[in-house]
Design a protein around this ligand. Structure first.
Ligand SMILES: [Fe+2]
Length: 262
């Protein structure tokens, strides 16, 4: 079989130092892996709670072809216009109310194929948005016949909900990957009907903090339950990502799911 596409999905970028890190490493890594499309979750890139317009542009300049978001999608007001004006390069969870800025899915053309890229938020231990399973069905039905390949960034807290989404979409989309927890899971796999899956990509951020956040601040909060301002941790940064390889079957299938750390 012929490889038709490789898609690199990069875990949640935590803080501006991590954007700088990607600006030095992402293009080179994507090229060496032969990635045709690079998807980066950027919702924590502007110092944890959100993404501002300048940092969205910096992620694109660093080599992200598409930015996905999550529960902090609307953390920076200055991104609202950018979300509406750049729906081909940045998407937010589709199960937010329709009145919110931006869109929840976009069509990209890669290697002559139409790739439907979707973003949804989980609702287990998260904000009570529209049912993401119903929202996924609705998106696929709406875009029926318009795409050759489909992928989903499912931004969720609960491993069970993310795995359930993988099975819900198994055989109907090529790729489902989870984001949000900042902890890379060891379950890269092909689901029974052929969907490439991982519960969580992990993060792009400082490894000696707690989920990328300064450990002292988090520990203060845990010990005292007092309000505290979280900051991004110092120290070395690592990018945690997953590479999905698709082959020219009918329908196109994901045949390999590999962890990539750089
Ligand atoms: Fe998140």
């Amino acid at each position: 079989m012929i490889v038709i596409m490789k898609i690199l999905a990069v875990g949640d970028v935590v803080g501006r130092r991590s954007i700088e890190y990607l600006s030095k490493t992402l293009r080179r890594t994507a090229a060496s892996l032969g990635a045709d499309l690079v998807v980066v979750n950027g919702e924590n890139a502007s110092e944890i709670h959100g993404l501002c317009k300048a940092d969205a542009q910096a992620l694109l300049d660093a080599g992200a072809d598409l930015i996905t978001l999550g529960n902090h999608a609307f953390g920076s007001r200055d991104l609202y216009g950018f979300l509406d004006d750049n729906t081909d390069v940045v998407i937010r969870p589709a199960n937010y109310p329709a009145a919110c800025p931006g869109v929840g899915c976009t069509l990209r053309r890669v290697n002559g194929l139409r790739v439907l890229c979707m973003n949804l938020s989980g609702t287990a231990f998260m904000e009570q948005l529209d049912n993401p399973f119903v929202a996924a069905d609705r998106l696929l039905e709406r875009e029926k016949g318009e795409y050759d390949i489909a992928l989903l960034d499912f931004h969720g807290e609960a491993t069970s909900e993310k795995l359930a989404m993988g099975f819900h979409l198994d055989g109907r989309v090529q790729i489902v990957f989870g984001t949000h927890t900042h902890v890379p899971t060891a379950d890269t796999r092909i689901l029974p009907a052929g969907t490439g899956y991982v519960t969580d990509l992990g993060m792009t951020g400082p490894t000696n903090g707690i989920l990328g956040t300064d450990a002292e601040a988090v520990l203060y909060k845990m010990r005292t339950r007092m309000p505290v301002r979280f900051t991004v941790a110092d120290g070395p940064i690592e990018a945690q990502a997953v590479l999905f390889t698709l082959e020219d079957t009918k329908p196109h299938r994901c045949v390999k799911v590999e962890r990539v750390t750089f």
